[in-house]
Design a protein around this ligand. Sequence first.
Ligand SMILES: C[S@@+](CC[C@H](N)C(=O)[O-])C[C@H]1O[C@@H](n2cnc3c(N)ncnc32)[C@H](O)[C@@H]1O
Length: 245
Amino acid sequence: MTYPWQFDESVQRGTDYGDEGNVTAYDELMLRLRDVEREAAEIAEAISLSPDAVIWEIGTGTGECALRLARCCRHVFATDVSAPMLACARRKADERKIANVTFEIGGFRSGFQPDGQLDAVISQLALHHLPDFWKFQALGAISRRLRPHGRLYLRDVVFPSPIDDYDAFINAAIQELRLSAGEEIATQAVRHFKEEFSTLDWILEGMMERNGLRILRKSRSGILTAYTCESAGMPFSSAAASFAK
Ligand SMILES: C[S@@+](CC[C@H](N)C(=O)[O-])C[C@H]1O[C@@H](n2cnc3c(N)ncnc32)[C@H](O)[C@@H]1O
């Protein structure tokens, strides 16, 4: 059921990934700065990926991670709200002759959603596009889609706590990015903090736990935090009730 007051996931906030030029620039920058092969190996290990697994990546971007994980599982559903991102991802799938990835338009709670219970859900650098209440709703929806003991791997910009002076922390993080990766990424980081919706770690962790997602592992590197969670197999309402006690 959709309601007129629901958050519209099709509207890009912060960097406009609906713009083809921004997508090309993002793809080039990420391929230069990131070791996607290593990231995919870490994710496969975190979610205990098996050859018969069916998984869902939300906010797949140009699909680099989905395409690598597809080599080690049965099927990857990969969704994003950006048509140019998906066009780029589909091109890569064709070029690499990878057939077990389905790229579809969809967000955390709207658009295409895969059928059935999933072995794992993955999302990198995308959940911060939702304000907090909608993150909570998104995590609830993910929790309900996972099979019991299914895994969520979530990596995003998260504010660590406690930090005495967040202004100094953010300024230092931006400067570190400028020195290690250049002006372009520093500009993106400024836009991120100004216009997108990263969350404090204790709030995000509360949202996970209240949605029946047990945190198995947390690792922080600068402004990025990666969480591996396991579905407690509880429906949302019982999970919320058990945490309310
Ligand atoms: C910074 S990119 C990250 C892409 C990819 N996951 C990666 O690690 O390179 C953020 C992506 O999230 C997508 N996005 C924005 N809002 C979204 C939403 N509500 N649901 C799903 N994806 C969303 C954007 O279109 C963009 O492709």
